[in-house]
Design a protein around this ligand. Structure first.
Ligand SMILES: [Zn+2]
Length: 78
C-alpha cells in the first residue's frame, strides 16, 4: 500500500508579547433577555473578578461569559 506523503510546513505560532492580553466578563444572566452588562476590558483578571462579585451581589445575577484575548504572530520556519 502506498502512503500519501503530506509535506509538513513548519509554522510557529507565538503570543505577541508586545501587545497586552485583555480580560473581560459580560453578564449573561436572564431568561428572555441577557443582562449584557460588562466589566470592560482589563489587562489583569482580578478587576474582572471583583466586578463579577459586585455585580452578582447587587443584582443576584450569577452567570457570565468571560473572555481572554491575546494577539499571536505566525512565522514560517526555514
Ligand atoms: Zn447582570
Amino acid at each position: 500500500m502506498r502512503r500519501r506523503t503530506l509535506r509538513f510546513v513548519p509554522f510557529r505560532i507565538e503570543q505577541d508579547r508586545t501587545a497586552e492580553p485583555t480580560y473581560e466578563a459580560v453578564c449573561v444572566s436572564g431568561d428572555d433577555k441577557e443582562c449584557g452588562q460588562s466589566s470592560d476590558e482589563w489587562i489583569t483578571p482580578h478587576p474582572v473578578e471583583v466586578w463579577m462579585r459586585e455585580h452578582s451581589r447587587d443584582t443576584g445575577h450569577t452567570r457570565f461569559r468571560r473572555a481572554f484575548v491575546d494577539y499571536a504572530d505566525v512565522s514560517r520556519q526555514g
